[in-house]
Design a protein around this ligand. Structure first.
Ligand code: NAP
Length: 266
């Protein structure tokens, strides 16, 4: 059997590793290595960048990888582009797992913007207190803003908290408080957070999925606007599925085994 490389850093990546390891498929999960306290999937794990698409292609050949599943976050566009180029170069099949984006429900007041910079500009008329949940790496886009920000990140990241201040590395809005929390979040919890900090507007990426969707419902209940940053497009021509089960079947078949009792095909 040949190994399956899972490009991870998401709940989907962890679930896929769990399912394949349980079925006896050899996997190696790859994480970018940016979090201080990453949630590790079962099976073999490697950390850190590969050094670009050519190096990733060489890695696939050296490690005799039989298939690649890109289960990275919908906004991790660079590693996805690298995976597409590397898999083609190495002649290895590639599947992308891309959870569906969120769609507005009646009562939602969403302002969609194509980039973080445009999302920051959209705050001009939406109030002075912002819940910002777009992640540690995009904070510079909001560093010039005058609003007060409650910045929620999973953790402050490798390189963060240098001065013992538990803040992410890099520019931050001048008026902000940083909190760390990892989903899944509840609607009650999110409503309490929005009320406690008298939030006027929420800013989020269109990450999709259940783990962080409660803030959207809470904002709807409180009548608050949400600025939603659109996803980058997938590279042309890639094969993509929406859920882990489809990826289990695809990867199991390419690793050369249907799984115990045919469970991977269900
Ligand atoms: P990115 O901008 O697409 O990638 C930047 C570089 O980081 C890549 O070129 C690659 O370096 C390295 N890299 C990224 N993901 C990797 C992985 N799984 N394994 C090995 N190297 C990886 O990625 P990002 O947006 O910074 O996201 C980094 C990680 O965090 C991803 O694994 C993603 O699933 C996870 N994540 C991202 C977000 C988000 O909003 N972007 C949210 C939740 C989780 P080389 O070129 O050196 O190979």
């Amino acid at each position: 059997m040949r190994r399956v490389l899972i490009l991870g850093g998401t709940a989907e990546g962890r679930r896929l590793a769990e399912r394949l390891v349980a079925a006896g498929v050899p996997v190696v999960s790859s994480l970018a290595g940016r979090l201080r306290r990453p949630e590790l999937p079962p099976g073999e794990v490697r950390m850190g960048g590969f050094g670009g698409p050519e190096a990733l292609g060489q890695w696939l050949r050296d490690e005799h990888v039989g298939a690649v599943v890109d289960a990275t976050h919908p906004f991790a566009a660079q590693i996805t582009a690298h995976a597409v180029a590397a898999a083609e170069d190495a002649g290895v099949p590639l599947l992308v797992v891309r959870r569906p984006g969120w769609t507005a429900s009646p009562g939602d007041v969403w302002v969609r913007r194509p980039t973080l910079a445009a999302a920051a500009e959209a705050l001009d008329d939406l109030g002075g207190r912002v819940l910002l949940t777009t992640g540690r790496q995009g904070l510079a886009a909001f560093a010039g803003r005058g609003e007060w920000f409650l910045v929620r990140v999973i953790d402050v990241g490798v390189g963060g908290g240098e001065r013992g201040n538990e803040q992410p590395h890099g520019p931050l809005p001048p008026r902000c408080r940083v909190i760390t929390a990892r989903g899944p979040f509840t609607v009650d919890g999110e409503e309490a957070l929005l009320r406690e900090h008298a939030i006027d507007v929420v800013v989020t990426k269109d990450s999709g999925g259940d783990a962080t969707a409660a803030k959207l419902v809470a904002a709807r209940h409180l009548g608050l606007p949400v600025v939603v940053v659109d996803r980058p497009p997938l590279p042309a021509g890639v094969t993509a599925v929406e859920d882990v089960e489809a990826a289990v079947t695809w990867a199991g078949a390419r690793a050369g085994r249907a799984g115990p009792g045919g469970t991977m095909g269900r």
